[in-house]
Design a binder for this molecule. Structure first.
Ligand SMILES: Cc1cc2nc3c(=O)[nH]c(=O)nc-3n(C[C@H](O)[C@H](O)[C@H](O)COP(=O)(O)OP(=O)(O)OC[C@H]3O[C@@H](n4cnc5c(N)ncnc54)[C@H](O)[C@@H]3O)c2cc1C
Length: 425
């Protein structure tokens, strides 16, 4: 069935995805209104990259898919139409310059996420997009080819096309509280159960807490589920008052969280010296013992390990910190090596979803056309960003997913010659 050209486009949610969608729809000549629940748009964007906004990544698109454990393949269609290079070109042409850093991470030259926020505000104004803030949408209805939306304070809007870009349910203080899923459900969409994806992990006992604040670089962390090694990552991590955080922990947390939900046993095995084999490490420890013969172990290992780690590691290895270096037995040395290479941290929970960097779960992608972001159930309804059941690792991949899906949804919703591929029910 042909659907008349959607000229009035409503975008629900003024985050990364919603703003890009609004910009793209306006470029198609559509009349675009953004309804944003919070008093300002892009609040989450302002927190990204520790205030610096890791806006995308410079790596090839294939690697984006690999870095997107939550339905990465679904994004091929959107990336084909609007890649990281397309995003960067658009930003640069419009005056937002960027730098590439370690691991291909792209940041604005200003190092300011606030600049990115105000960049989008200005671009939307120039494109003629109307933004209504403090406009929380609570209901969405479809009447034939038209949609109507009502906000919590009773305002009513009508449109030919609607884009739901309400984000997930993490960091609800930025506005994303999961209310977009209710809207999707009102029109028959299914929601994959949400859980935290990039989320810190809570460990059993107080070993991690005793090293609170200690951050490690070039370590290796292995996720083990029911005694089976699932994945190993090398990089940076951090001990906190509740357990583990930092980039490699967050990257493994999606799988850990899913396994915990299935009531499986989850452990992280930390290799504090991944560059050394067990034999090399044993020789290295022996050398340190020879150098500091008369010292107690607690003081003889500081060339090898950070001070904060020595006592907890000795305790985990079952070796008393008061042992004299020269008296260390072979068995004790082997216990130290084994602990350094696979220090076990049982995981009992993730931090709550509200503390997750991204939300896994959301609107089921099977019900969305990957090349257009249009609903397969309701022609003229589109989705973009984290409201969908997609989630990626750290590195700029989540914002790119929001921008790419936003661009595609906006371009399609705003098209004057729009022809829907799906029949209305
Ligand atoms: C602390 C932190 C740091 C991060 N750093 C990075 C990073 O550096 N790089 C990266 O790639 N990703 C990063 N992310 C993830 C990234 O920010 C998100 O994946 C991205 O913002 C998702 O964009 P979105 O537009 O889908 O959702 P959001 O940015 O959450 O926007 C959704 C918008 O919809 C509004 N809304 C919700 N419900 C309604 C409603 N009912 N009516 C009207 N409006 C509504 C919300 O108020 C919000 O403004 C970070 C996330 C966090 C929390």
């Amino acid at each position: 069935m042909r659907v008349s050209a959607p000229k009035q486009v409503l975008v629900i949610g003024g985050g990364a995805a919603g703003q890009m969608a609004a910009w793209a729809a306006a470029e198609q000549g559509a009349h675009v209104v953004v309804l944003e629940k919070m008093p300002q748009t892009g609040l989450k964007m302002g927190l990204t990259g520790k205030g610096r906004c890791n806006i995308t990544n410079a790596r090839p698109i294939n690697e984006f898919i690999a870095e997107t454990p939550g339905n990465g393949k679904f994004l091929y269609g959107a990336y084909r139409r609007f890649s990281n290079q397309d995003l960067l070109e658009r930003l640069h042409e419009n005056g937002l310059l960027t730098n590439v850093e370690r691991g291909g991470r792209v940041f604005p030259v200003s190092d300011s996420a606030q600049e990115v926020r105000s960049f989008f505000r200005t671009r939307l104004q120039r494109a003629g997009v109307t933004i209504h803030t403090s406009a929380a949408v609570q209901s969405l209805r479809r009447d034939g080819n038209r949609y109507s939306v009502v906000t919590v304070d009773g305002r009513r809007y009508e449109a030919d096309a609607v884009i739901i870009a309400t984000g997930g349910a993490s960091y609800p203080q930025t506005g994303s509280d999961g209310s977009g899923w209710r809207l999707a459900e009102q029109l028959g969409h299914r929601i994959a159960p949400p859980h935290g994806a990039l989320v810190p992990l809570v460990t059993a006992g107080d070993t991690a807490a005793s090293m609170q604040g200690l951050s490690l670089r070039h370590v290796e962390l292995t996720l083990e589920v029911d005694g089976r090694r699932r994945e190993t990552l090398r990089g940076e991590m951090l001990f906190t008052h509740f357990g583990l955080s930092g980039p490699i922990v967050l990257s493994l947390s999606g799988q850990a969280s899913a396994a915990l939900q299935e009531k499986r046993q989850v452990r992280m095995l930390l290799d504090v010296k991944p560059a050394l084999s067990a034999e090399q490490l044993a020789r290295r420890i022996q050398r340190d013992m020879d150098t500091h013969r008369r010292k107690m172990l607690g003081n003889a290992l500081h060339d090898l390990l950070p001070q904060k780690m020595i006592e907890p590691l000795l305790e985990a290895a079952g070796v008393a910190p008061t042992r004299i270096a020269a008296e260390l037995t072979r068995a004790e040395r082997q216990a130290l090596v084994a602990t350094c290479k696979a220090w076990s941290f049982p995981i009992v929970a993730t931090r709550p979803l509200r503390e997750a960097i991204v939300t896994a779960g959301g609107v089921c992608i099977k019900e969305i056309q990957a090349s257009t972001m249009e609903s397969k159930l309701c022609p003229g309804l589109y989705f973009a960003g984290e409201v969908l059941d997609i989630h990626a690792n750290t590195g700029g991949y989540n914002l790119q997913a929001a921008f790419s899906t936003g661009f595609v949804a906006g371009s399609e919703a705003g098209r004057q010659d729009h022809e829907s591929h799906y029949d209305s029910n």
